[in-house]
Design a protein around this ligand. Sequence first.
Ligand SMILES: [Fe+2]
Length: 455
Amino acid sequence: MVQELNKKSSPTFSSSTTIEGFTEKETIALFQVGKIRSVENGEYVLRKDETCNILTFILDGSSKILFSENDGESFSVNIKKGSLFGDPDLSKDKKNRFSVVSSGASRILEIDQFAFNLLPPGIQISVYRKILDTFTELNDELVTKSGALSKKIESLVSYVKDFYNDNDQYARSIMIQDMIKNFPRLPIQINRLTSMLLDEGASVAEIAGFAKMDPSIVSIVLKIVNSGYYSFQRKISDFHHAFVLLGFNQVYQILMENFLQGVMPRHFNLKALNLHSAVISQIAFDIAQLSKKSKPVMMSTLGILHDLGKCVILVSKAKKPELDIVMARLDDCKVGSLLLDAWNTPVIIGQSVEYQKYPNFCSPEYIPENCIENVAILYIAHLCFDYLSGNEKAEFSNTYLQEYLNIVNLHNHSIESLMSQHIMPSLIKKMDVFPDYVRDFIKNQQTTVTFSSNK
Ligand SMILES: [Fe+2]
């Protein structure tokens, strides 16, 4: 495209077209070696990512800089007449960092490397100085713009934060209190198991021993493990065997799914929710293990519990269909957090659930320090899940990703590299212990993620 520019017009000079920052003699010399091009409104003077091997003076008219095609007006910077763009070393094949678009009819003067070399050294130095001046002015304008932009972001974040940050109102609301009260309580044995899984001090033997002592837990787990959901070759009749084979995470998932199945309205299909929780739980476990932040078993338990608020809302909506619009607008994270508090789970669990959506719209400083690592892991696990599902996430949800990756020491990773190098190989390795719907989901997505198998 840039090459096409040279086609047009011969150099002309009049006293009305002197270039600011150059003497008349210098201006004449520039016009003698350069080529003038007329540009129309909306025409590109420079285009981002194209090779820039030409110097471009904006002679008159108005133009603006766009840093990306999608930036819109708020990210554009107006350019003064007389500005000069280009790299002083034209022999380098550099790419334009931004586009320059004409915002009316205007004229530009273009000088290529051959023409530039014809200029006397004194004029070449003036050209370098002009480029420096242009970029200094641009830098000043960008600093001012970024200050104004920061203020806008702050005000948007505080608006969204105010919307979410009304925990007391939720806790005080009679309607929410009723919803929590009417949601069936977790059976005491599962509640105890939840506490043990979330308790950093509980040993594997203690957890397995406790679960084994309860006949209802044993019968649920053995019944489901031997059902069509799992593909074990031989019948598993011993709880300890099932526990060793499946691990905490799967046993707990089985118990919670069984509990929710009994709680949710009959017509409601829990499959999508179960799948989401099971995969998030597994990914959260893997991220905790990889990052050495937070406890892997606690994170996998949190993964299973993190969307309970949705269940509370669904149950309440089924009981009071006339309140469907109100229910649809409730923050399920806050409701889930209050439910977990009512079940006496440790404060950090309810808090992690409450703040789980914050990373979508604000930086880590707005999240309580004690639950920040859990929230970061849950957030990253959700992005991995979306990537795995092939769901395009709204662009804003990645805005603060780097900051949350830093929190859990994964700054050298992207979602793609995490998936291909760690999460996908780990999911495939554990494939046999997942129920059929999770296995099918992983198998279906396997082809979309290129991964380095470490089986
Ligand atoms: Fe979720």
